[in-house]
Write a protein that binds this ligand. Structure first.
Ligand code: NAD
Length: 476
């Protein structure tokens, strides 16, 4: 169990982070770089412990822990170290002729103290990836790991003071009471990754202090699987995207839309792909994850009731194992096939587990209607060999990102902003977008006192001067 934190500890952590920020110690570029290197050292020198913690929390294999957690953060640090000097350089701003002569620059400055609240599904990556940008921008940070991944939470809490002895990064462990206490404090930015319900709580609390928020939420990310998609390659990528971390991925393909004719072949191809990657009995191998806790396990098993299970379906509460499962949902549906009013529970809420429903529709256009009838998803995956169909989905739907012929990989593309839209979140981070999200880009304008051209814009207005200023303003 994660240790509970007394309210005074919460207040102390935030106050200390604020006074360190106030001292200016985190602002110089050299200090930012040093902290990024300290974070890198924390990860590389304790890889085996992180792997063990992730195994304990989620039964993540060492390979998956490396690929989806540790290496993702290391890549983000490497990318940031390579580009930070350029990002942080003041940029020249343009001045319209009406204000000449004058000089303008855009100077970046850190925001202050940033709170990072993480979920349990990628408990290391989603805690430390935002931290990279927070430190690069010269802020101090308070981290709140998920109490539902206790081994990772405990390890981070133990290591952080060792690698950040001046307290630029503080960790507050705990669940709802501790997070509530944290949210009562004033922060200069909050990054929250989790569900929409708690996202609303975070935003309401942030509003009291007018604190800006980045909300990384979830939702049902759809897949269009076209008749012309290269069946076996596409099905393998789809299965990998879905069943990695036992489906407990915010950007996991949530449900598949395809034509009725395609369903049998797709099911066969998914069966082959699953066996190929996780063996005929995924439970026996080391590469397939487990459900995080009993509550989630029970929720997922309940979702399966009344569905046509065509692959998998086996489960074991003692091990919190649910096999990679594919179900077909035949329903009389209009556009409201997915969402709170959907006829089947598996299509009513984000699945967040290893259950993949296949829903048949008549055409890509009908798939677009189904997608648009509910909240904007975090990701949309399109498997097709037709550029026209790709364009159809790009231009007629809205989602955090669109990926063609693959799943998940946009989250590891450091140069791209990662985030949702509408109900799937607000704001984005990764790479330069993190640095921007956690910096204030401050315009600094210098208008020399001589020549005093501003006089033309000051009363008493002479008609010639006024006309000149108006003409110059139109040139800007
Ligand atoms: P969650 O919203 O239950 O919890 C996230 C964090 O909020 C945890 O640290 C938790 O301690 C805290 N929290 C929980 N209840 C709270 C309350 N009442 N008041 C204040 N704080 C509270 O989310 P989760 O179950 O950990 O993660 C699952 C959700 O996260 C899914 O919806 C998933 O799609 C989403 N998610 C999104 C991303 C992304 O990058 N967009 C990544 C991973 C997960």
């Amino acid at each position: 169990m994660a240790a509970t934190t007394a309210p005074t500890t919460v207040t102390t952590a935030v106050n200390d982070a604020r006074s360190l920020f106030g001292s200016g110690a985190t602002r110089p570029l050299a200090a930012r770089t040093a902290r990024l290197k300290a974070l890198r050292a924390m990860l590389t020198e304790n890889q085996a412990d992180f792997e063990a913690a992730l195994w304990s929390d989620l039964h993540k294999s060492a390979g998956e822990a490396q690929l989806t957690e540790i290496s993702v953060v290391l890549a983000e640090i490497g990318h940031t170290l390579r580009h930070l000097r350029r990002w942080a350089r003041p940029q020249r701003g343009s001045v319209p002729p009406a204000l000449w002569p004058a000089r303008a620059r855009l100077v970046s400055e850190p925001l202050g103290v940033v709170l990072v609240i993480a979920p349990w599904n990628y408990p290391l990556q989603l805690l430390l990836d935002p931290l990279v940008g927070v430190l690069a921008a010269g802020n101090t940070a308070v981290l709140k790991p998920s109490e539902l991944a206790p081994a990772t939470s405990e390890l981070v809490t133990r290591l952080v003071p060792r690698y950040f002895p001046d307290g630029a990064v503080r960790v507050v462990e705990g669940g709802v009471p501790e997070t509530t206490e944290l949210l009562a404090q004033r922060f200069d930015h909050i990054v929250f990754t989790g569900g929409g319900m708690v996202g609303r709580i975070v935003m309401r609390a942030a509003a009291d202090h007018l604190t800006p928020v980045t909300l990384e939420l979830g939702g049902k990310s759809p897949v269009w699987f076209d008749d012309d998609a290269r069946l076996h390659q596409a099905a393998r990528r789809l299965a990998w995207g879905k069943f990695t971390n036992a489906g407990q991925t915010c950007i996991a393909p949530d449900y598949v839309l395809t034509t009725p004719d395609r369903v049998p072949a797709l099911v066969d191809a998914l069966r082959t792909a699953i066996a190929d990657m996780w063996g005929s009995d995924p439970r026996a191998g080391r590469d397939y994850g487990r459900i995080v806790n009993e509550r989630q396990f029970d929720r997922l098993v309940a979702l399966l009731e009344g569905t046509d299970v065509v692959i998998g379906g086996e489960s074991d509460p003692a091990d919190r194992y649910i096999a990679p499962t594919v179900v077909t949902v035949s329903a009389d549906h209009g556009p409201a096939a997915v969402g709170p009013d959907a006829p089947h529970p598996v299509l009513r809420e984000e699945i967040f587990g290893p259950v993949l429903p296949i829903l048949s529709v008549d055409s890509p256009q009908q798939a677009v209607e189904v997608i648009n009838a509910w909240d904007k998803p975090l990701a949309l995956y399109v498997f097709t060999s037709s550029a026209r169909t790709r364009r159809l989905f790009e231009q007629n739907t809205s989602s955090g990102a669109v990926v063609h012929d693959a799943a998940l990989i946009h989250a590891a593309t450091t140069g791209l902003p990662f985030g949702g839209v509408g109900a799937s979140g607000m704001g984005a981070y990764h790479g330069e977008h993190s640095w921007r999200a956690f910096s204030h880009l401050k315009p600094v304008l210098h208008k020399p006192l001589t020549p005093d051209t501003l006089r033309l814009a000051q009363p008493p207005f002479a008609s010639r001067g006024l006309r000149l200023v108006q003409r110059l303003m139109r040139c800007g």
